[in-house]
Design a binder for this molecule. Structure first.
Ligand SMILES: Nc1nc2c(ncn2[C@@H]2O[C@H](COP(=O)(O)OP(=O)(O)OP(=O)(O)O)[C@@H](O)[C@H]2O)c(=O)[nH]1
Ligand SMILES: [Mg+2]
Length: 363
Protein backbone atom coordinates (compact mmCIF):
# COMPACT_ATOMS: atom_id res chain seq x y z
CA UNK A 1 0.00 0.00 0.00
CA UNK A 2 1.07 3.59 -0.62
CA UNK A 3 0.13 6.59 1.50
CA UNK A 4 -0.86 9.80 -0.24
CA UNK A 5 -1.69 13.14 1.37
CA UNK A 6 -4.51 15.39 0.18
CA UNK A 7 -4.65 19.00 1.37
CA UNK A 8 -7.69 21.27 1.53
CA UNK A 9 -9.37 23.78 3.81
CA UNK A 10 -11.67 21.15 5.36
CA UNK A 11 -11.27 17.41 6.00
CA UNK A 12 -14.24 16.70 3.76
CA UNK A 13 -12.76 18.58 0.82
CA UNK A 14 -9.45 16.77 1.17
CA UNK A 15 -11.18 13.40 1.52
CA UNK A 16 -13.38 14.17 -1.51
CA UNK A 17 -10.27 14.81 -3.59
CA UNK A 18 -9.02 11.35 -2.65
CA UNK A 19 -12.40 9.78 -3.47
CA UNK A 20 -12.49 11.56 -6.81
CA UNK A 21 -9.06 10.29 -7.69
CA UNK A 22 -9.37 6.67 -6.55
CA UNK A 23 -13.03 5.94 -5.77
CA UNK A 24 -14.32 5.43 -2.22
CA UNK A 25 -13.90 1.65 -2.21
CA UNK A 26 -10.21 1.78 -3.12
CA UNK A 27 -8.97 3.94 -0.25
CA UNK A 28 -8.72 3.72 3.49
CA UNK A 29 -8.01 6.57 5.86
CA UNK A 30 -4.56 6.50 7.36
CA UNK A 31 -4.76 9.75 9.31
CA UNK A 32 -5.53 13.43 9.29
CA UNK A 33 -4.25 16.58 10.86
CA UNK A 34 -4.69 20.32 10.82
CA UNK A 35 -1.59 22.37 10.06
CA UNK A 36 -0.87 26.06 9.91
CA UNK A 37 1.10 26.59 6.70
CA UNK A 38 3.85 29.20 6.23
CA UNK A 39 1.30 31.59 4.73
CA UNK A 40 -0.54 31.54 8.08
CA UNK A 41 -3.56 29.61 6.71
CA UNK A 42 -4.90 26.58 8.59
CA UNK A 43 -5.27 23.58 6.28
CA UNK A 44 -6.37 19.98 6.69
CA UNK A 45 -4.17 17.14 5.55
CA UNK A 46 -5.94 13.84 5.03
CA UNK A 47 -3.71 10.82 4.46
CA UNK A 48 -5.15 7.83 2.65
CA UNK A 49 -3.74 4.40 1.80
CA UNK A 50 -4.17 3.04 -1.67
CA UNK A 51 -2.84 -0.02 -3.50
CA UNK A 52 0.39 0.46 -5.45
CA UNK A 53 -1.34 -0.45 -8.73
CA UNK A 54 -4.13 2.08 -8.27
CA UNK A 55 -1.59 4.73 -7.28
CA UNK A 56 0.50 4.15 -10.43
CA UNK A 57 -2.50 3.99 -12.72
CA UNK A 58 -4.12 7.16 -11.40
CA UNK A 59 -0.95 9.16 -10.90
CA UNK A 60 0.98 8.27 -14.06
CA UNK A 61 -1.51 6.56 -16.35
CA UNK A 62 -4.12 9.26 -16.75
CA UNK A 63 -4.69 10.93 -20.13
CA UNK A 64 -2.31 8.57 -21.90
CA UNK A 65 -4.85 7.20 -24.32
CA UNK A 66 -7.23 10.08 -24.82
CA UNK A 67 -8.58 9.66 -28.33
CA UNK A 68 -9.37 12.40 -30.83
CA UNK A 69 -13.07 11.62 -30.39
CA UNK A 70 -12.78 12.25 -26.65
CA UNK A 71 -11.00 15.54 -27.35
CA UNK A 72 -13.76 16.63 -29.71
CA UNK A 73 -16.46 15.70 -27.20
CA UNK A 74 -14.68 17.67 -24.52
CA UNK A 75 -14.41 20.76 -26.76
CA UNK A 76 -18.13 20.53 -27.58
CA UNK A 77 -19.09 20.18 -23.94
CA UNK A 78 -17.01 23.18 -22.96
CA UNK A 79 -18.64 25.29 -25.73
CA UNK A 80 -22.08 24.25 -24.47
CA UNK A 81 -21.19 25.19 -20.93
CA UNK A 82 -19.96 28.65 -22.07
CA UNK A 83 -23.28 29.15 -23.91
CA UNK A 84 -25.20 28.06 -20.83
CA UNK A 85 -23.30 30.55 -18.68
CA UNK A 86 -24.06 33.36 -21.15
CA UNK A 87 -27.76 32.43 -21.13
CA UNK A 88 -27.81 32.49 -17.34
CA UNK A 89 -26.23 35.96 -17.35
CA UNK A 90 -28.84 37.16 -19.83
CA UNK A 91 -31.62 35.75 -17.67
CA UNK A 92 -30.07 37.46 -14.64
CA UNK A 93 -30.02 40.82 -16.46
CA UNK A 94 -33.67 40.50 -17.48
CA UNK A 95 -34.58 39.49 -13.94
CA UNK A 96 -32.65 42.42 -12.39
CA UNK A 97 -34.57 44.86 -14.62
CA UNK A 98 -37.90 43.30 -13.65
CA UNK A 99 -36.99 43.35 -9.95
CA UNK A 100 -36.10 47.05 -10.18
CA UNK A 101 -39.56 47.89 -11.61
CA UNK A 102 -41.58 45.52 -9.47
CA UNK A 103 -42.04 46.77 -5.90
CA UNK A 104 -43.94 43.60 -4.93
CA UNK A 105 -40.96 41.35 -5.63
CA UNK A 106 -38.67 43.75 -3.75
CA UNK A 107 -41.00 43.89 -0.73
CA UNK A 108 -41.52 40.09 -0.48
CA UNK A 109 -37.84 39.43 -1.09
CA UNK A 110 -36.82 41.81 1.71
CA UNK A 111 -39.19 40.11 4.16
CA UNK A 112 -38.07 36.55 3.33
CA UNK A 113 -34.40 37.52 3.48
CA UNK A 114 -35.01 39.12 6.88
CA UNK A 115 -36.51 35.81 8.02
CA UNK A 116 -33.48 33.79 6.89
CA UNK A 117 -34.17 32.65 3.32
CA UNK A 118 -31.24 33.25 0.97
CA UNK A 119 -31.52 35.79 -1.83
CA UNK A 120 -30.01 33.19 -4.14
CA UNK A 121 -32.93 30.76 -3.65
CA UNK A 122 -35.48 33.60 -3.79
CA UNK A 123 -34.09 35.03 -7.03
CA UNK A 124 -34.01 31.68 -8.79
CA UNK A 125 -37.64 31.08 -7.72
CA UNK A 126 -38.74 34.57 -8.82
CA UNK A 127 -37.11 34.01 -12.21
CA UNK A 128 -39.51 31.14 -12.89
CA UNK A 129 -42.45 33.51 -12.24
CA UNK A 130 -41.60 36.21 -14.76
CA UNK A 131 -44.67 36.93 -16.86
CA UNK A 132 -47.15 35.41 -14.39
CA UNK A 133 -49.77 37.16 -12.22
CA UNK A 134 -48.17 35.81 -9.06
CA UNK A 135 -45.54 38.57 -9.01
CA UNK A 136 -48.28 41.22 -9.12
CA UNK A 137 -49.71 40.39 -5.70
CA UNK A 138 -47.60 40.21 -2.52
CA UNK A 139 -49.91 37.80 -0.61
CA UNK A 140 -50.04 35.47 -3.60
CA UNK A 141 -46.30 35.65 -4.04
CA UNK A 142 -45.61 34.93 -0.35
CA UNK A 143 -47.93 31.93 -0.35
CA UNK A 144 -46.34 30.66 -3.57
CA UNK A 145 -42.92 30.80 -1.90
CA UNK A 146 -44.24 28.89 1.11
CA UNK A 147 -45.67 26.23 -1.19
CA UNK A 148 -42.31 25.96 -2.93
CA UNK A 149 -40.55 25.58 0.42
CA UNK A 150 -43.12 22.95 1.42
CA UNK A 151 -42.47 21.02 -1.76
CA UNK A 152 -38.71 21.19 -1.34
CA UNK A 153 -38.78 19.90 2.25
CA UNK A 154 -38.32 16.18 2.59
CA UNK A 155 -39.33 13.85 5.38
CA UNK A 156 -37.58 10.59 6.10
CA UNK A 157 -40.41 8.25 6.98
CA UNK A 158 -39.89 6.37 10.21
CA UNK A 159 -38.51 3.03 9.24
CA UNK A 160 -39.57 0.01 11.23
CA UNK A 161 -37.64 -2.44 9.15
CA UNK A 162 -35.80 -3.80 12.07
CA UNK A 163 -33.00 -4.32 12.92
CA UNK A 164 -31.35 -0.95 12.53
CA UNK A 165 -28.42 1.10 13.76
CA UNK A 166 -28.91 4.85 14.19
CA UNK A 167 -25.86 7.00 14.85
CA UNK A 168 -26.35 10.63 15.97
CA UNK A 169 -23.66 13.16 15.09
CA UNK A 170 -23.53 16.92 15.41
CA UNK A 171 -21.98 20.00 16.96
CA UNK A 172 -21.27 20.17 20.70
CA UNK A 173 -24.22 20.52 23.06
CA UNK A 174 -26.85 20.32 20.36
CA UNK A 175 -28.84 17.58 22.16
CA UNK A 176 -27.50 14.29 20.76
CA UNK A 177 -27.41 12.37 24.05
CA UNK A 178 -30.81 13.66 25.20
CA UNK A 179 -32.31 12.74 21.80
CA UNK A 180 -30.75 9.26 22.00
CA UNK A 181 -32.50 8.79 25.37
CA UNK A 182 -35.82 9.96 23.89
CA UNK A 183 -35.44 7.64 20.89
CA UNK A 184 -34.57 4.74 23.19
CA UNK A 185 -37.75 5.31 25.17
CA UNK A 186 -39.77 5.69 21.96
CA UNK A 187 -38.63 2.37 20.52
CA UNK A 188 -38.59 0.47 23.81
CA UNK A 189 -41.89 1.67 25.29
CA UNK A 190 -43.88 4.27 23.37
CA UNK A 191 -44.77 2.61 20.07
CA UNK A 192 -47.44 -0.05 19.39
CA UNK A 193 -44.78 -2.69 19.62
CA UNK A 194 -41.91 -2.83 22.08
CA UNK A 195 -38.48 -3.06 20.47
CA UNK A 196 -35.29 -4.39 22.00
CA UNK A 197 -32.98 -1.37 22.28
CA UNK A 198 -29.28 -1.00 23.06
CA UNK A 199 -27.24 2.20 23.51
CA UNK A 200 -23.65 2.48 22.37
CA UNK A 201 -21.50 5.39 23.45
CA UNK A 202 -18.55 6.45 21.26
CA UNK A 203 -17.91 9.66 23.21
CA UNK A 204 -14.62 9.07 24.95
CA UNK A 205 -13.79 12.79 24.97
CA UNK A 206 -16.36 14.46 27.22
CA UNK A 207 -15.99 14.13 30.98
CA UNK A 208 -19.19 12.55 32.29
CA UNK A 209 -20.40 11.38 28.85
CA UNK A 210 -20.48 7.73 29.94
CA UNK A 211 -22.39 8.53 33.13
CA UNK A 212 -24.92 10.71 31.25
CA UNK A 213 -25.97 7.94 28.87
CA UNK A 214 -25.66 5.26 31.56
CA UNK A 215 -28.08 7.23 33.70
CA UNK A 216 -30.75 7.17 30.95
CA UNK A 217 -30.02 3.51 30.16
CA UNK A 218 -30.56 2.55 33.81
CA UNK A 219 -33.88 4.39 34.05
CA UNK A 220 -35.13 2.75 30.86
CA UNK A 221 -33.55 -0.59 31.65
CA UNK A 222 -31.85 -0.89 28.28
CA UNK A 223 -28.40 -2.24 27.47
CA UNK A 224 -25.61 0.35 27.53
CA UNK A 225 -22.04 -0.08 26.28
CA UNK A 226 -19.12 2.37 25.99
CA UNK A 227 -16.71 1.95 23.10
CA UNK A 228 -13.20 3.30 22.73
CA UNK A 229 -11.95 1.84 19.42
CA UNK A 230 -13.24 0.83 15.99
CA UNK A 231 -12.33 -2.79 16.73
CA UNK A 232 -14.47 -2.91 19.82
CA UNK A 233 -17.27 -1.08 17.94
CA UNK A 234 -17.32 -3.80 15.30
CA UNK A 235 -17.18 -6.49 17.96
CA UNK A 236 -20.07 -4.99 19.95
CA UNK A 237 -22.22 -4.48 16.84
CA UNK A 238 -21.81 -8.20 16.20
CA UNK A 239 -22.72 -9.07 19.77
CA UNK A 240 -25.81 -6.87 19.52
CA UNK A 241 -27.16 -8.52 16.37
CA UNK A 242 -30.15 -9.79 18.34
CA UNK A 243 -31.23 -6.21 19.20
CA UNK A 244 -33.87 -4.42 17.10
CA UNK A 245 -32.52 -0.89 17.46
CA UNK A 246 -28.95 0.08 18.29
CA UNK A 247 -28.61 3.80 19.05
CA UNK A 248 -25.08 5.19 18.80
CA UNK A 249 -24.11 8.40 20.59
CA UNK A 250 -21.01 10.29 19.43
CA UNK A 251 -18.80 13.10 20.71
CA UNK A 252 -19.88 16.66 19.90
CA UNK A 253 -17.62 18.12 17.23
CA UNK A 254 -16.88 21.63 16.12
CA UNK A 255 -16.12 21.95 12.41
CA UNK A 256 -12.43 22.22 13.33
CA UNK A 257 -12.12 18.98 15.31
CA UNK A 258 -10.38 17.14 12.48
CA UNK A 259 -9.19 14.28 14.65
CA UNK A 260 -12.68 13.58 16.01
CA UNK A 261 -14.08 13.69 12.48
CA UNK A 262 -11.59 11.17 11.22
CA UNK A 263 -12.29 8.92 14.18
CA UNK A 264 -16.04 9.19 13.51
CA UNK A 265 -15.55 8.43 9.81
CA UNK A 266 -13.71 5.28 10.85
CA UNK A 267 -16.67 4.33 13.02
CA UNK A 268 -19.18 5.05 10.23
CA UNK A 269 -17.13 2.94 7.82
CA UNK A 270 -17.03 0.00 10.24
CA UNK A 271 -18.19 -3.13 8.50
CA UNK A 272 -21.46 -4.32 9.90
CA UNK A 273 -24.25 -6.51 8.61
CA UNK A 274 -26.71 -3.65 9.02
CA UNK A 275 -26.27 -0.23 7.49
CA UNK A 276 -25.22 2.46 9.96
CA UNK A 277 -27.74 5.27 9.49
CA UNK A 278 -26.12 8.63 10.23
CA UNK A 279 -28.40 11.38 11.58
CA UNK A 280 -27.12 14.94 11.88
CA UNK A 281 -28.55 16.73 14.91
CA UNK A 282 -28.85 20.43 14.20
CA UNK A 283 -30.21 23.07 16.53
CA UNK A 284 -33.12 25.20 15.30
CA UNK A 285 -31.18 28.15 16.70
CA UNK A 286 -28.27 27.60 14.29
CA UNK A 287 -26.74 30.82 12.96
CA UNK A 288 -26.67 31.35 9.20
CA UNK A 289 -22.90 31.81 9.23
CA UNK A 290 -22.40 28.45 10.94
CA UNK A 291 -24.73 26.48 8.72
CA UNK A 292 -22.38 26.00 5.80
CA UNK A 293 -19.43 25.05 8.00
CA UNK A 294 -21.54 22.46 9.76
CA UNK A 295 -22.83 20.93 6.55
CA UNK A 296 -19.45 21.09 4.86
CA UNK A 297 -17.89 19.08 7.64
CA UNK A 298 -20.61 16.67 8.63
CA UNK A 299 -21.60 15.72 5.07
CA UNK A 300 -18.24 13.94 5.14
CA UNK A 301 -20.11 11.27 7.11
CA UNK A 302 -22.69 10.47 4.38
CA UNK A 303 -25.70 11.80 6.21
CA UNK A 304 -29.04 10.01 5.97
CA UNK A 305 -31.23 12.50 7.75
CA UNK A 306 -31.55 15.55 9.91
CA UNK A 307 -32.86 15.68 13.49
CA UNK A 308 -33.77 19.21 14.52
CA UNK A 309 -33.28 20.00 18.19
CA UNK A 310 -34.15 22.95 20.43
CA UNK A 311 -37.33 23.68 18.50
CA UNK A 312 -38.68 25.31 21.64
CA UNK A 313 -35.82 27.80 21.87
CA UNK A 314 -36.69 29.96 18.87
CA UNK A 315 -39.56 31.46 16.92
CA UNK A 316 -37.43 31.93 13.82
CA UNK A 317 -37.12 28.97 11.49
CA UNK A 318 -36.10 30.65 8.24
CA UNK A 319 -32.39 29.90 8.58
CA UNK A 320 -33.15 26.26 9.17
CA UNK A 321 -35.53 26.13 6.20
CA UNK A 322 -32.86 27.76 4.10
CA UNK A 323 -30.43 25.05 5.20
CA UNK A 324 -32.84 22.42 3.93
CA UNK A 325 -33.53 24.26 0.68
CA UNK A 326 -29.81 24.33 -0.01
CA UNK A 327 -28.80 20.86 1.12
CA UNK A 328 -32.03 18.88 0.67
CA UNK A 329 -31.50 16.57 3.64
CA UNK A 330 -34.66 14.79 4.76
CA UNK A 331 -35.85 15.49 8.31
CA UNK A 332 -36.58 12.63 10.67
CA UNK A 333 -37.38 13.95 14.19
CA UNK A 334 -37.89 17.22 16.05
CA UNK A 335 -36.71 17.65 19.62
CA UNK A 336 -39.06 20.18 21.18
CA UNK A 337 -37.78 20.52 24.74
CA UNK A 338 -35.59 19.06 27.46
CA UNK A 339 -38.04 16.49 28.83
CA UNK A 340 -37.06 12.87 28.28
CA UNK A 341 -38.92 11.05 26.77
CA UNK A 342 -41.86 13.38 26.01
CA UNK A 343 -40.26 16.17 24.01
CA UNK A 344 -39.66 14.31 20.77
CA UNK A 345 -41.92 14.21 17.74
CA UNK A 346 -41.72 12.70 14.30
CA UNK A 347 -40.74 15.39 11.77
CA UNK A 348 -43.77 17.27 10.50
CA UNK A 349 -43.62 19.78 7.64
CA UNK A 350 -46.89 21.45 8.60
CA UNK A 351 -45.73 22.03 12.18
CA UNK A 352 -42.52 23.63 10.95
CA UNK A 353 -44.16 25.74 8.23
CA UNK A 354 -46.86 27.01 10.57
CA UNK A 355 -44.12 28.39 12.82
CA UNK A 356 -42.41 29.98 9.82
CA UNK A 357 -45.67 31.54 8.60
CA UNK A 358 -46.31 32.90 12.12
CA UNK A 359 -42.89 34.54 12.01
CA UNK A 360 -43.52 35.96 8.49
CA UNK A 361 -46.90 37.37 9.64
CA UNK A 362 -45.15 39.24 12.42
CA UNK A 363 -43.18 40.98 9.65
N1 LIG B 1 -34.60 23.63 25.24
C1 LIG B 1 -34.10 22.47 24.79
N2 LIG B 1 -32.99 21.97 25.33
C2 LIG B 1 -32.52 20.80 24.86
C3 LIG B 1 -33.14 20.11 23.79
N3 LIG B 1 -32.41 18.99 23.54
C4 LIG B 1 -31.39 18.99 24.42
N4 LIG B 1 -31.46 20.07 25.24
C5 LIG B 1 -30.55 20.47 26.31
O1 LIG B 1 -29.27 20.79 25.75
C6 LIG B 1 -28.24 20.46 26.67
C7 LIG B 1 -27.21 19.57 25.96
O2 LIG B 1 -27.82 18.34 25.65
P1 LIG B 1 -27.00 17.01 25.34
O3 LIG B 1 -27.98 15.97 24.97
O4 LIG B 1 -26.05 16.71 26.44
O5 LIG B 1 -26.19 17.50 24.07
P2 LIG B 1 -25.05 16.71 23.28
O6 LIG B 1 -25.20 17.06 21.86
O7 LIG B 1 -25.06 15.28 23.64
O8 LIG B 1 -23.76 17.41 23.88
P3 LIG B 1 -22.22 16.93 23.72
O9 LIG B 1 -22.21 15.46 23.95
O10 LIG B 1 -21.51 17.73 24.76
O11 LIG B 1 -21.81 17.32 22.34
C8 LIG B 1 -28.92 19.75 27.83
O12 LIG B 1 -29.09 20.69 28.86
C9 LIG B 1 -30.27 19.33 27.28
O13 LIG B 1 -31.27 19.23 28.26
C10 LIG B 1 -34.32 20.68 23.21
O14 LIG B 1 -34.93 20.16 22.27
N5 LIG B 1 -34.75 21.86 23.75
MG1 LIG C 1 -23.54 14.01 24.35
Amino acid sequence: MINETFVASSPKEAYDQAVEKYGEDNISLAGAKQIKYDDGVLRCEVIISVSEDAFKERTFGENRFVSDKENEDEALLSEISVLKEQLELLKDDIYQDIEKDNSIIAEVKKLFIKKGISSQWLESTFQTLIGTDIIEDSALLASYLIEEIDEALKIKEEDFSIPKIMMLVGPTGVGKTTTIAKLAARYAYLLDKSYKVALLNLDSYKVGAIEQLEHYAKIMQVEHISIDSTDSFQEKLKELEGYDVVLVDTAGMSPYDTQKFIQTVEYVKTESIRKIEVNLVLSATVKYEDMEDIYENFSFLNLDSLIISKFDETKHFGTLLNFMLLYKLPMSYFSIGQEVPDDLMFADKEFLLEKFIGDIDEG
